[in-house]
Structure formats: structure tokens, C-alpha cells
Design a protein. Structure first.
Length: 319
């Protein structure tokens, strides 16, 4: 099968590894499995699924609702925004990550209170929750789930209940000062088309903020259905092809104590889950996370997550 790099459009690659995800059980009791080969671009080092899983396999694997698996009923969301954002340990870790993202943008990109901001692929958008707490008011969200959009509408968030691929083709949308796409680009079949389209919706002087796991194909266990595995170089090549220049870029660096704690967690995952990963914030694990892990992590000063990635690549880019 012909290879084309999603970042630099190079056509030469070497086999990298096989990416395997935990089995998922659907509402009908059927089991969905997911495993696919990865290839590394010779020119820019980008790693991507090659060949990628079929649309049918992706739909089957995605059939298990993310929000329902984290204790949120997507068919009828109500109640306090903060309570919904922190109702499970997985959501709590995403909430804390979003707080760091919002503060990073305020400090690094000097966002003004009047900035028009959109969270792309928002879910319940802990990011916009923190933006509001920081005094930012012109907030929007793109989220395909109409129930989640209705909920965010009720909290004064302008919503777009559509897919990214549809959104980028619209010409009736007021442009944005900041477009935030967090932990989404790694899932896209065609990141070049989507990011190029998003860039057209930026105001003069506006920027795109991207947050992705940093080369998580190298980890022993996997949770997310990722088709792309970015490093700083490959991300810069992709953005350059999309007409964007990197203004700021950073990768999380784990300290020795964090790496040691992570290795202990990986060992525990391997022993408890048969080397397949597949943990969720429910039952005993939820209790242990709330009452054992969080206090211990605070006491030891650890910066390790269990349900979300620990090493992310953050990039701010402008046309």
C-alpha cells in the first residue's frame, strides 16, 4: 500500500510497531478489537497508522460512548457544570489538564478578555470552563453531540453541533482570535485538510493552539484510538504545509520521581489487565484514585495521571 506522510507528504517509510488497544464491549454485548501497524516517515519522523483501520472498524470500536463510560449520560445532561466535569477520576484529570492549558494560553499567547475563542471537539469543555473563570467571555464550542451542545448553550456557550470536516467548509462563521484543538488531531484521518481549513477561520493576528500526546506509540500500553503520533519536528512540518508558523512549542518533561511512579503504574497495569491496559474510572479503581492515589500524589509531589497522557506536545501557531 502506498505511503504518504500526513505531515510532510513524504512517500518513504519504515515499519515502526503494532498499535494495540484494549477490547471494548458494546451495548449488545459484542466485543470490538483494534490493532493496526504503524509506519515511520523517513523524511520527518512522523509515525502514523499504515494502513489505517477501516471506517467500519472505527465505527464499531467507537460505538461505546465515552461520556457514558465516564458516568455522564449523554442523552440528558443536566446539573452543575463543575460537578459534571469532575464526576469521575478520568474527567477530573481532564479538568486539571484543561486548567493548565487555559493558563498556558493566557500566559504565553497573552489572550485578552475580548478574545473570541473556540474549543474544537470540546465535549463538556473543561477548557472553556477555566477560560470563563479567568475572565474570558466570548466563548464557543464545536461538538458533534447535540445533547452536549444543548447543555453548553445553557451555560452561555455558543455551539456548533457538527463535525470538524463540515465546520471548515462553512463561510458564515465569524472568525476567531484563538482556535483550540486539544487531543483531537491524533484521531483525524486527514489532519492536513482539517488544520488548513481551520486556519481560514482565524482573524488577522489570531492563532491555533494544538495539544497532542507526544509520541505515545512508544508507551507499553495504549488507551486512545490514535492514528498519528507527533513529535515537535513532524508537527512543525504539518503546520508549515497548512500555512502556519510555530510561535511557541513545548513538550512535558517527566522528573525522575514521575518516571519511577509511571513505571510502577505500568507494571501494575500489566499484572492486573494482562498487558492490555483498558482501565476506566469506575468501582474500586475510582475509590482508589480518589482516596489513595490523589493524596499520595499530592504528598509526593507527583505529576502523573492515570487516565490521561503524561507527556504532551503543545504548540501555538499563526498564519
Amino acid at each position: 500500500m502506498h505511503f504518504t506522510c500526513a505531515c510532510c507528504a513524504g512517500d518513504k517509510a519504515t515499519p515502526a510497531s503494532t498499535y494495540s488497544l484494549p477490547d471494548r464491549t458494546g451495548a449488545d454485548g459484542s466485543t470490538a478489537q483494534m490493532s493496526y501497524p504503524l509506519a515511520e516517515c523517513v523524511e520527518c519522523g512522523h509515525v502514523q497508522a499504515h494502513p489505517p483501520p477501516s471506517a467500519i472498524d472505527l465505527e464499531r470500536y467507537y460505538s461505546t460512548s465515552f461520556w457514558q463510560s465516564h458516568g455522564v449520560d449523554g442523552d440528558g445532561i443536566d446539573g452543575d457544570w463543575h460537578a459534571n466535569l469532575t464526576s469521575s477520576s478520568g474527567l477530573w484529570e481532564r479538568y486539571r489538564r484543561a486548567e493548565r492549558q487555559a493558563r498556558y494560553l493566557v500566559d504565553t499567547a497573552a489572550l485578552s478578555r475580548e478574545a473570541r475563542i473556540i474549543d474544537l471537539g470540546s465535549g463538556l469543555s473543561p477548557f472553556l470552563y477555566h477560560c470563563r473563570r479567568l475572565g474570558l467571555g466570548d466563548l464557543a464550542a464545536l461538538e458533534p453531540d447535540p445533547a452536549i451542545c444543548s447543555y453548553l448553550d445553557g451555560h452561555g456557550i455558543e455551539t456548533y453541533p457538527t463535525m470538524l470536516e463540515t465546520f471548515i467548509e462553512r463561510h458564515d462563521i465569524e472568525p476567531f482570535d484563538a482556535m483550540v484543538i486539544s487531543h483531537t488531531v491524533e484521531h483525524l484521518a486527514d489532519p492536513h485538510t482539517v488544520i488548513s481549513g481551520l486556519a481560514r477561520h482565524l482573524r488577522p493576528g489570531g492563532f491555533l493552539y494544538i495539544d497532542v500526546p507526544h509520541r505515545d506509540d512508544r508507551l507499553p500500553y495504549h488507551e486512545g484510538l490514535h492514528l498519528h503520533f507527533f513529535g515537535a519536528q513532524s508537527m512543525a512540518r504539518l503546520l508549515g504545509r497548512c500555512g502556519l508558523a510555530v510561535e511557541a512549542s513545548e513538550v512535558d518533561k517527566l522528573r525522575a520521581r514521575d518516571r519511577a511512579a509511571r513505571n510502577v503504574l505500568y507494571f501494575t497495569y500489566g499484572r492486573s489487565f494482562g498487558g492490555r491496559g483498558g482501565v476506566s474510572g469506575k468501582g474500586k479503581l475510582e475509590f482508589l484514585h480518589r482516596h489513595v492515589w490523589r493524596p499520595a500524589a499530592r504528598l509526593l509531589g507527583l505529576r502523573i495521571n492515570i487516565f490521561v497522557s503524561n507527556e504532551d506536545l503543545r504548540v501555538i501557531a499563526r498564519p
